[in-house]
Design a protein around this ligand. Sequence first.
Ligand code: NAD
Length: 523
Amino acid sequence: MKTDLQIEARRIASVNPATGEILREVECAGEVEVASAVAAAKTAQVGWADAGLRRRIEIVREFQARLFARKSEIAAAITREAGKPVAEALVTEVLVVLDAARFLIENAWKLLRDEPVPHGNLVTKLKSGWLVREPHGVIGIISPWNYPFSIPATETLAALVAGNAVVLKPSELTPLVALELAALLYDAGIPKDVFQVVIGEGPAGAALLQSPIDKLVFTGSVTTGKRIAAAAAEKLLPVVLELGGKDPMLVLDDADVDVASTAAVWGAFVNAGQACLSVERCYVHRSLYEAFACACAEKTKKLRVGNGMDPHTDVGPMIQEGQVRIVESHVDDAKARGARILAGGARLPELGPNFYAPTVLADVTHDMRIMREETFGPVLPMMACDDDDEAVRLANDSEYGLAASVWTLDARRGKRLARRIHAGTVMVNDVVSCFGISEAPHGGVKASGVGRTHGRFGLEEMVRVKYLDMDRMPGMKKVWWHGYGESFRRQMEGFLEMQFARGMGTRVRGALRAAGIVRKKTL
Ligand code: NAD
């Protein structure tokens, strides 16, 4: 009998979203192929972990060199399959991955090596402790189509350097970019079974989730993320969920209108608005509102929309027609409820079925879908607000919490407001670029997800922490072992008194320090 997870072996066509051309057909993995990829990864992971951190860092360095050598080729492959302008593919994908490799080369050693744990409790002073970071085993990665290279590559590099094997299920819309990533990794020296790509639609992802992987890093929509979280809970499988966003941009009354409007236009239309960190809501102080809206409209009308392979293109196609339909329905709903269209507002059929004109909407409200649901397309909706408190209240009035930005010339005010916004990242005077800061953790709060990728915290997700405890007096019995009695109880009371009675602990610690019995650092 066929189970839910069984998938017919079949082929998927990778399509150029700008032209409709079929780039290549690839074989889909069924449940059996997914299971055997994971089994092979499990076996290979042991040798990979044994190869040692220095060797793994060397391979990341080699990968970086090979990617650098092939940067233009990889960028073109991304543009052909995902549509974004080739310059954007270079900056937001290739550069991000080169720098993520740089981060690991420079930091993996100090972040992953054993870390001593000094003990503060006097009872445990005769023990040494270490944090030992161990790989989980096999990490499953399920990734979306919008950043088909930088998302799986940054996650994969972190997983591999930590000693895990990886089985990647890329989006069915961008399988060829994933195969480019695999080729680069194999050329750099990653054993074939240590990194594998299984291609397919949702069911291939579900099969990966049901296989004996040790952790799953999922990037995609909230709807799929919730499904994954429910299935993972059944297995107690640890997961990282990088989900959708509805990022607000707060333009305060002292912002530079020219700079902020250029940022809003780039932040809303980069990758044709198909970025989890896109500016999806804009709240502008009433004193700047009209000037800001006009500036955004003017700049938007100058954007050149077309095939991303043309070096002059600013905005490429959307990934597929279904995505255009979502944008269209959000804009139509806003229009029907009274929003003003200052630029765009329609498809561009003369360019092809996947093109939608970059659109600026003014006078939107929180009753409109455009301000509540993730649009994931080239729309910049804005509304006026009267003060900082109202801007923060509106920014926080969302089920999402991925990132946000605050625009002000007053750094202290910006920082103060940033702390009040519910989001994984808040940028003061910039948008979107936090994804490219390799040191910065990436991830959301509320429906935008759980866990982090990138930087130190992203690397920590790829390891299990084991606490290793070593008693330095193996010949000595512990005072707290059996054999209790009234005198022991009194001794213990006295000990607690000595350590924790207000002022006493400090005096005892001072005396011990003065006598050189304990070091200052651990007190
Ligand atoms: P999606 O949820 O439709 O698909 C994501 C991946 O999950 C794909 O590989 C897909 O095949 C797979 N999948 C689908 N159903 C599955 C199932 N039942 N079990 C397992 N896997 C399944 O998302 P998408 O349309 O590819 O990507 C767009 C979404 O991703 C947007 O919501 C966007 O905000 C979000 N995103 C988030 C981040 C982030 O870092 N937070 C980054 C990029 C994109």
